[in-house]
Design a protein around this ligand. Structure first.
Ligand code: KG4
Ligand code: ZN
Length: 341
């Protein structure tokens, strides 16, 4: 079954073709980072307008690259939520219109399910069950994953998500948008000099809290005005250490408490090199496995949506593959509402 995937929940238009026999055939991405950079963050209206311009040319590009035509498509998957409503509407309308024209089944995919399953696109994919750490711009969650649609929330953030903490801290340090990669780059030049808190490191649960960390950075920044480059880098270094230590400790506790020996990391912060180093070392010590998506599939992309959609469409009995092309987007959508296919 050949599935076209369409992702447009935020500031990246991602399109991909996934074949349930042959795997990922092609994928293409347009990032709007440069367009939003002047505004210091994503401007929803501009994001929607840009998705409109990019989606169909990218679709043609992935078809050409895979040597396929529209007539070869057996199903269409699109991000239905969560995300920016206008941006979601663009991808959803295009996906549903194409499905209607081709008279093929379509399916709305939960963006976080896409992230969660992204590591399964790699060679030697991890087997179910596993513990998943999902760390993106909007989420920091630990989950027990027993199969597609079988997600048990083990821990969540009480305030800022990990990526949000990176972005806000980067802003405090005067770095541009998106802050995560910029802060990680700056931290490479930093060293141990300051001490920042490790919020909830020793809490008995698997929850996180990052907003206090951001406030502690603000206090440091105010104390060291005007910030010289080395001070900036040293604060970035310590911030990254704090987030890394908290995430690593909670992942190891989740593995111990569930009795599982496999960890899967996904979402934009999963691209962080220091975090990967730390998780690699900690899981190795406990003889556990850790898997990540390739770097480009940590952040938003169409491949993860094509894959998650293909798994669900493939599992759907023909009688249920309703050719219903009415739709609604779900800007807010709890992952726990998902069912097994
Ligand atoms: O998964 P994603 O692309 O979008 C959401 O669904 O939110 O994640 C984006 C987040 C941003 O907060 C970005 O700053 C962060 O991931 N990020 C990073 C790195 N690359 C992206 N954070 C830390 N280190 C990185 N290398
Ligand atoms: Zn995402």
């Amino acid at each position: 079954m050949l599935v076209l995937g369409v992702e447009s929940s935020c500031d990246e238009t991602g399109i991909a073709l996934y074949d349930t026999q042959q795997g990922l055939l092609s994928h293409a991405l347009h990032s709007q980072v440069a367009m939003h950079a002047d505004f210091g963050g994503v401007v929803p209206e501009l994001a929607s307008r840009d998705h409109i311009q990019r989606a169909l040319p990218l679709t043609q590009q992935v078809l050409d690259h895979a040597n396929k035509t529209l007539a070869d498509i057996d199903g269409i998957a699109y991000t239905q939520g969560p995300g920016l409503s206008g941006a979601l509407l663009v991808g959803t309308s295009i996906a549903q219109s194409l499905a209607f024209a081709l008279q093929v089944p379509s399916i709305g995919v939960h963006h976080l399910e896409g992230h969660l399953l992204a590591p399964l696109l790699e060679d030697n994919p991890p087997a179910f069950p596993f513990v998943a750490l999902l760390v993106s711009g909007g989420h920091s969650q630990l989950m027990r994953v027993d199969g597609i649609g079988q997600y048990e929330l083990l821990g969540d953030t009480l305030d800022d998500a990990a990526g949000e903490a990176f972005d806000k801290t980067a802003k405090l340090l005067g770095l541009g948008y998106p802050g995560g990669p910029a802060l990680a780059k700056l931290a490479e030049k930093g060293q141990a000099r300051f001490t920042l808190p490790r919020p909830m490191l020793h809490s008995k649960d698997l929850n996180f809290s990052f907003s206090g960390l951001k406030t502690a950075v603000l206090t440091l920044v105010n104390k060291h005005q005007p910030l010289d480059q080395q001070t900036q880098a040293d604060i970035a270094w310590e911030f990254q250490e704090s987030v890394t230590e908290i995430l690593t400790k909670k992942c190891m506790t989740a593995l111990r408490e569930t009795g599982l020996d496999s960890l899967v990391v996904s979402g934009g912060v999963g691209a962080n090199t220091r975090l990967r180093e730390s998780l690699n070392a900690a899981t190795k010590r406990k003889l556990c496995n850790v898997s990540y998506p390739r770097l480009e599939f940590c952040t938003d992309n169409g491949a993860m949506i094509a894959f998650a959609g293909a798994m669900r469409l493939d599992a759907m009995p023909d009688s249920q593959a309703a050719l219903d092309y009415s739709f609604q987007v779900r800007p807010r959508w709890d992952l726990a509402e998902l069912k097994q296919p």
